[in-house]
Design a protein around this ligand. Structure first.
Ligand code: GLN
Length: 319
């Protein structure tokens, strides 16, 4: 029996918990919205939503769960899965490591010895990962990523052109990372095309429910629990969840693993996904960020959900 069933949380009680957490943390106004991407600075900082989708397809949601926002770094998880599917684990490991950095998500660094970016969850590693997405030219590569998102979400999604152009015209750190990798022969010559694809994958529009469905798909062996479509081969789930667990929350990943204890990924627009394997996907959206680029309310909500539902993977007290 799973922990969730064990803890006898009845379905209405789960919604009640979400409502309680939403009203408790609505008044928390700490943090600032991301402003290094000018378009993101325009967001309403009060937006706040929480959604849980279980692996048997039940949906629990509160707050502004219809509100669209750009997925940003949460995309890195799914594009990593696509790169694994395109090239396999062994080849991917030669191009991108799986080691946490302890540095900021946008740090301009590579592993000294191997010249690989540290992991696919930080910007350098994500750009390298995106550069490996197969396809004949920019349009086919973008269409393959949009099709990948469709499998995870269960509907067509679109790139927000103003966020994309805003990122593209200001993403000099990302460009610096790409040039550093080009210098060491870690990505191919066509870096502008890969950078565009990276900025586009970050600029697709999702809502909080979409995030939870995507997370629930990872929790459900790669099968979307609403549409039953296989979004990614089950054999790659352990690779994806492992790097989320150790690297998904950047230089907060260790504390997150200790306190919350489930694989997760955040993005600078204020989204967080968290995955409870075999049980559920969690999505939280609130644009106010801490200094590491993680949603302040999102972290609080996940900490509390983990405690109250007994979600920590290593919590033997509840098994
Ligand atoms: N598109 C953003 C960037 O490259 C993603 C960063 C993030 O969400 N942490 O800077």
């Amino acid at each position: 029996m799973s922990k969730l069933e064990n803890s006898e949380i009845l379905q209405p009680a789960l919604l009640d918990i979400l409502k309680e957490l939403h009203s408790q943390y609505k008044s928390l106004k700490e943090g600032v919205v991301a402003n290094y991407i000018p378009e993101l600075a325009k967001v309403n900082p009060d937006l706040f939503s929480i959604c849980i989708v279980t692996t048997d397809g039940q949906i629990y949601e509160v707050g502004d769960f219809q509100q669209l926002f750009t997925i940003q770094s949460i995309s890195k998880v799914f594009v990593y899965g696509q790169a694994l599917a395109d090239h396999g684990r062994d080849y991917l490991l030669t191009r991108v490591g799986v080691e946490p950095t302890g540095d900021a998500f946008n740090a301009i660094i590579l592993d000294e010895q191997s010249k690989r970016p540290y992991n696919p969850m930080v910007n350098a590693g994500a750009i390298a990962t995106t550069s490996l997405i197969k396809g004949k030219g920019a349009t086919e590569r973008l269409n393959r990523l949009l099709e990948m998102y469709r499998r995870y979400i269960g509907k067509d999604i679109f790139v927000d052109i103003s966020v994309f152009t805003s990122e593209r015209s200001t993403g000099h750190r990302n460009r610096a990372n790409a040039h550093l990798m080009l210098n060491f022969g870690m990505i191919d010559q066509n870096i502008e095309e890969s950078l565009d694809l990276y900025f586009q994958q970050c600029s697709v529009m999702v809502n909080c429910r979409d995030l939870a469905v995507m997370a629930a798909t990872l929790a459900n062996k790669g099968i979307n629990p609403i549409t039953q479509e296989q979004a990614v081969d089950t054999c790659y789930i352990k690779d994806i969840l492992s790097v989320m667990y150790t690297c998904g929350m950047y230089n907060f990943a260790g504390e997150w693993a200790y306190k919350v204890g489930i694989p997760a990924k955040s993005g600078v627009s204020g989204g967080i996904i968290a995955v409870v394997p075999g049980q559920m996907g969690i999505g939280v959206f609130s644009p106010l960020l801490d200094t590491r680029g993680n949603s302040v309310r999102g972290v609080k909500v996940c900490e509390e959900l983990s405690q109250r539902l007994g979600l920590h993977l290593f919590d033997c007290a509840l098994s």
